[in-house]
Design a protein around this ligand. Sequence first.
Ligand code: NAI
Ligand code: CS2
Length: 486
Amino acid sequence: MTTLSTDRFTQLPQPTYSRSQLKSRIVHLGFGAFHRAHQALFTNEMLEKTGSDWGICEINLFGGEDLITQLRAQDHLYTVAEKGAKSTEVKLIGAVTESLHPALDGKEAVLNKMVEEQVAIVSMTITEKGYCADPATGRLDKTNALIQQDLETPHSPSSAIGYIVEALRLRKQAGLKPFTVMSCDNVQENGHVARAAILDFAYLIDTDLAGWIEANVTFPCTMVDRIVPAATPETLKEIAHLVGHEDPCGIACEPFRQWVIEDNFVNGRPAWNVAGAEFVTDVVPFEEMKLRMLNGSHSFLAYLGYLGGYEHISDTMTNDNYRKAALDMMLKAQAPTLSMPEGTDLTAYAKLLIERFTNPSLKHQTWQIAMDGSQKIPQRMGGSLRFHLANHSDYRWLAMGIAGWMRYIAGVDEKGQEIDVRDPMSDKFKAIFTQHGIETGAVKELLAIESIFGTDLIQNENFVKEVTKAFQLILTKGARAAVASL
Ligand code: NAI
Ligand code: CS2
């Protein structure tokens, strides 16, 4: 790796705040694509407007060592390219103060940082599976391999949950204030899930500590939104062209961004509102709206789009049937299940989503969104399904979405090519399809997976019949025809 100097960014507008005054008051777990283009960018803008000292220490617990090394080599500066349909704006982010990785610096360095007195917030974008929670119940999955390991050696953790509990134990022991734990993942009631996983874990190792966490730590829920596809050699090349130099930490995203945060911080917080974030008392309706309407239709398009031969979400939007099905999914299958504050215009929201999905400058792979379906399906489609089954209303788009997921995880596409299925449960899926072949016999077995579908859905005959029918249609006619049939 070449050492990169910071003068590479001189072509861009520089931070107007004093970077040397920043303190690592936020420790962020998960320096992935999303955080770089969302929370760090909001923080950067907040610093521009307030001149406060809220800096971020970035930590990757799993993978991403190179990214951390590269970030250090450029003084923790990096660029975000906001790509609209017609133009691109590049921003330089200066909010990051330092970075750590257990594989580079050791676990103790990570824990020591989390225990520093000035740390007031530990935030997370660690993917759905990072919570080690059962997606159907939102409680800690005690059978999770990382959790089992951390229960054996809680002072030398590996999981994000284990790190947070150990850091809180050390803070309690040192007589320090706790920090707020703020999840920024696409998990329904993300703060509540983080809280449940952390408390469940803490109660298993130390009831005093668990009681202290319960009484003193807050876990605000957040609704986060910005489409940030994984970086590709093409996007990095484009950024290099725009910046005038390479930036291996650069990331491209859409211009839209939204952040709704439950205002429940135990140890202070930055004024992210000056950068456009909204502080509210109840985030849950907004989370549900976004997870069901945006992410639910995203997953629908990802599975049926991939099977239909579309590489990117914007490619699916060139097919009128997919476009109409996505809008119907939003307005007919998802919107009716929501209870939104007065004045929320879900039709306008859906139209904006379709516009965002259509952005041809954004190369968001269907394959990327298709990842980790076992963690995503319950919150994106499960709640709405239960609503329609109870109300005897039309849920054909949801049944097709689930059937599309099942056909996708069968691991072979419509041309007989292998699909690289990435999911914590991929071994289980493989076993089911090995036993049943890619036939409707697999449907019931998949619906019996409790962590995804609970125990109730499989008992609903109508639901099993609808999913089986949709699966059969995809098998015999293909995904494009199945979507057209809706
Ligand atoms: P990414 O793949 O670029 O980064 C994933 C991050 O999660 C890495 O920093 C990695 O170290 C960490 N991680 C992975 N597994 C982990 C585990 N078991 N425990 C702890 N940390 C773990 O993905 P990206 O795009 O940053 O997305 C991350 C999450 O952010 C998503 O899963 C989603 O919940 C949320 N999000 C993403 C959006 C996007 O458009 N990319 C938009 C809204 C939310
Ligand atoms: C996507 C999301 O990867 C996925 O599962 O549905 O990351 C989506 O891009 C974001 O939630 C948009 O805010």
